[in-house]
Design a protein around this ligand. Sequence first.
Ligand SMILES: [Zn+2]
Length: 59
Amino acid sequence: MFSKKKITIAYSVEKCQKCGMLRKRKFSEGDVLFDISSKCSSCNGTTRIEKIFAETLEQ
Ligand SMILES: [Zn+2]
């Protein structure tokens, strides 16, 4: 029977344009691929959304 519950979680990967640091975080409403996202936490450069993907987890 359907004893396992599947949940899908979307993630966004941000990449800093300056130092190349990658940061994975949960997808939030309004995220667009290759859009300027936020400030890099290590060099204060601009980060861009490099990848958006989803993972399916079984609970
Ligand atoms: Zn950086």
